[in-house]
Design a protein around this ligand. Structure first.
Ligand code: AMP
Ligand code: GLY
Length: 425
């Protein structure tokens, strides 16, 4: 069959790789793709928000299945646009993608259906938000309700910080419409775990757990980023926690969305915090995590196309979703300065080391091909160097070994991805 993948980040490179492994896929296109994806798929120059051009391409090229796992197009209705034209697509329709697109919606959903999460208030009037802060306990978390590339969450230790966060989000122009409404919520502490699920509107099937490292610096210091590295599985996600979440979070969320007339299909991402008083939902996403996907999909034994088809057809309960009994670690190599300003256009060397290295992957996130054929940097997060191993410790050693294969000017990475596992292994 012919498959079109929409997107061009590290997550899409990992999805492309999983699609390529499917015995059902004869031809893979990616719009717009990147320099790494171009090695395994035919990249087409169409933007991810250009639904007219994407649907026309799918029709013209007789695409059997389109796959999209990006928040902006999903929230803007890419699934609806494809289906209106009779085209088959894996992803979440806009009315359910709101679970990520509006934190105000998801917080109210959790409250209504008794799904554990941090206590919160929602404001669309900056004056009311500011006066609420006067009596609130610190630290506190101020979040833009809308989509803000993972950067609309501000953790505030003092009243002054919280006040300037509200002003920055609500009256500053940095986050546009996304910040016109804010969620102010209780600060929680605990270990974070990402659990991704395939969903068909009614049923869900969990993928193996993972953990992201969102802060820019070693020891979880510095600014929040899109994610600096991941490991899978998370040894902190125990069978007891899994049982609790299945009972109180996962099925309850699926049922809540169906009850609201927004049946959820696609990938549902549960961002959990394991607090002293039990697991709580930090956030939902309507898509594969980035860079969680880079450690989860290389461990998946099942055929991703079969699972995606079952999600579309509402038959997820009829298929098996299996993972290898191994581990993976992904270390993001970023441009110096990220998540602040950084330079682009640096030549990347050493990529060929991955060509015949079994169990090693170099997922491209922000790369481009120069006219002379050189691969150059074109984004903040440039590469996701990923390795498998029998154990998390092996996978981490392998991933860091492979990071040494790569060179570009100003490259930056964290050196403690997966270090937390030392406390349990
Ligand atoms: P979110 O996009 O809502 O997941 O927030 C991004 C990151 O901010 C999370 O992964 C957490 O590290 C942190 N965070 C968000 N909400 C809270 C909270 N209520 N308490 C503590 N940390 C939080
Ligand atoms: N890694 C966090 C996210 O994908 O939202």
């Amino acid at each position: 069959m012919k498959v079109l993948l929409v997107g061009g980040g590290g997550r899409e490179h990992a999805i492309a790789e999983a699609l390529k492994r499917s015995p059902q896929v004869d031809k893979l296109y990616c719009a717009p793709g990147n320099a790494g994806i171009a090695r395994i798929a035919e990249c087409v120059k169409i933007g991810t928000m250009d639904f007219e051009a994407l649907t026309a391409f799918a029709k013209d090229h007789q695409i059997d299945l389109t796959v999209c796992s990006m928040d902006d197009p999903l929230c803007a209705g890419i699934v609806d646009a494809f289906e209106a034209k009779g085209l088959r697509i894996f992803g979440t329709p806009a009315n359910a993608a709101i679970i990520e697109g509006s934190k105000a919606f998801s917080k109210d959903l959790m409250k209504k259906y008794g799904i554990p999460t941090a206590a919160y208030e929602i404001f669309d009037d900056p004056e009311k938000a500011l006066s609420y802060l006067e009596t609130a306990n610190m630290p506190i978390v101020v979040k833009a309700s809308g989509l803000a590339l993972g950067k609309g969450v501000l953790i505030c230790n003092t009243l002054e910080e919280a006040q300037s966060a509200v002003k920055e989000l609500m009256t500053g122009k940095k986050f546009g419409e996304a910040g016109s409404k804010v969620v102010i919520e209780e600060f929680m502490t605990g270990r974070e775990v990402s659990v991704l699920a395939f969903a068909d509107g009614k049923n869900y099937k969990l993928m193996s757990s993972s953990q992201d490292h969102k802060r820019a610096g070693d020891g979880d210091t510095g600014l929040n980023t899109g994610g600096m590295g991941t490991f899978s599985p998370s040894p902190f996600y125990t069978p007891e926690i899994d049982a609790f979440c299945r009972e109180n979070i996962y099925q309850r969320t699926m049922d809540a969305m169906a009850k609201e007339g927004r049946p959820f299909r696609g990938v549902l991402y549960f961002g959990l915090m394991l607090t002293q008083s039990g697991p709580k939902v930090l956030e939902y996403n309507t898509r594969f995590g980035d860079p969680e996907t880079q450690v989860v999909l290389p461990r998946m034994r099942s055929d991703i196309v079969e699972i995606m088809q079952a999600c579309i057809d509402g038959t997820l309960d009829k298929v098996e979703l299996e993972f290898e009994d191994n581990a993976a670690v992904c270390v993001v190599i970023a441009s110096g300065g990220y998540p602040g300003s950084y330079e682009k256009g640096k030549v990347i060397t050493g990529l060929e080391n991955f060509d015949n290295a079994d169990g090693y992957y170099c997922f491209h996130a922000g790369t481009a091909l120069r006219e002379d054929g050189a691969t150059i940097t074109s984004g903040g997060r440039v590469l996701g160097v990923t390795a498998l191993g029998k154990t998390l410790k092996d996978a981490r050693a392998n991933a860091y070994k492979a990071c040494d294969w790569i060179h570009f000017d100003g490259q930056y990475m964290r050196h403690d991805i997966g270090k937390a596992i030392d406390s349990v292994q």
